[in-house]
Write a protein that binds this ligand. Sequence first.
Ligand code: ATP
Ligand code: SF4
Ligand code: MG
Length: 321
Amino acid sequence: MQNSAPLLSVEGLSKQFQVRGRILHAVQQVSFEVVAGQTLGLVGESGSGKSTLGRTALRLLEPDQGNILFDGIDLCKLKPKELRSKRKAMQMIFQDPLASLNPRMTVGMAIEDAMIIHGMRSSLERRKRVDALLERVGLPQSIAQAFPFELSGGQQQRVGIARALSVQPKLIVCDEPISALDVSIQVQIIKLLQDIQKEMNLAYIFISHNLGVVQYMSDMVLVLYLGEVVEKATAQQLFAQPSHPYTRVLLDSILKVPESAARRKRMSVPPGEMPSPFAPPTGCPFHPRCSMAVDRCRQEKPHLQNVSPNHEAACHFAVSS
Ligand SMILES: Nc1ncnc2c1ncn2[C@@H]1O[C@H](COP(=O)(O)OP(=O)(O)OP(=O)(O)O)[C@@H](O)[C@H]1O
Ligand code: SF4
Ligand SMILES: [Mg+2]
């Protein structure tokens, strides 16, 4: 449940790509809010638009439509220089931290670099801050002299987190931050993300295929299908009483077999192929794969509607919780 004013408020956000002369609607008319200190989870199959939404919400990709209000400022109206200075408050953590770190920079240089880009502090202060950040993310200060390829995956992700924290962000988009890591390391990184969220009152947009982790981390969750939100609810409501048929299939594995660690890890995938994003189906985009589809679903597009307070679903037959 969200009681405070949102830190990030996104309304009607759309992003399309031109691919060989054809238009691909990667994100369509998405609206959401994220409150300081809270986590918004994004779930959906591969290609549903999670990463594009995360990047467009930070204006790392230019939106085609929509409004983005961050910390009281309309991001879409900012000129490039103003956007750069605002961007330090909005950071990203990636699935592959090695790819996001410059291989020619030592760990210390990589963390300092983010501070230099944003014009922060004297070099002495920066170095002190590097030491403090390394300690905070659970790494020895000596690692500042190492190159990223010399570290384990878990250590690289800790460096990615330290780099993101170095500029004192208010919001971090975590795009599959644990999926490349061993399970025991995943638990440590999740705990670290939770601890720093509490300490710094950080807002997260948390993207993961691991629905158990999304449930554990999130306050609110958006379910995306072909770039559109099909369900939006508190994590508690979504996982206890999913309303949209697509969400119900996605959650099937963790709801039915909570004791199975192996199945908890992966997302159940609905039968049939995800339709081409170049030619989405008429009516409800999920109708070719939905076991409940009737003629109306093929003709009339369902829009998000309230099924209960803080719970919306885009289905003609959405079940109230
Ligand atoms: N730069 C791009 N140019 C063209 N199409 C793109 C680009 N980036 C993403 N897409 C397309 O946009 C759609 C959404 O992609 P996106 O990467 O956001 O999905 P995702 O939900 O993050 O998937 P995954 O779970 O595999 O990371 C897909 O159809 C993808 O092919
Ligand atoms: S609108 Fe129809 S096709 Fe779409 S999810 Fe609901 S029942 Fe299924
Ligand atoms: Mg992605």
